[in-house]
Design a protein around this ligand. Sequence first.
Ligand code: FES
Length: 105
Amino acid sequence: MTQIHATDRDGSKHELAGRAGSSLMEILRDGGLAIEALCGGSCQCATCHVFIEEPWLTALQPPTDFEAAALEDQGSEMQANSRLACQIPWMAELDGIVLTVAAEA
Ligand code: FES
């Protein structure tokens, strides 16, 4: 049962299973993708920066001011669909999500 379709920084494709009780960052990191998560998921390092495709992007809660500030402060390319994966709890509504890990800042 694949629930996450992720493209890593090197272009490699990964199929991962969602995991209730975990953040998207934890699932990607544990799946071996290039997610450093230096701050451990406390919304400070932006090393879990991902680009999330529609329709999943609009299914998410909008970023908090804290997340938006962390995204603006990070050095890699920002896009309208930029999010910090540590701020996204896994939920059934994300089934089939398509995302790409952002370039290193
Ligand atoms: S893990 Fe540091 S901001 Fe997400």
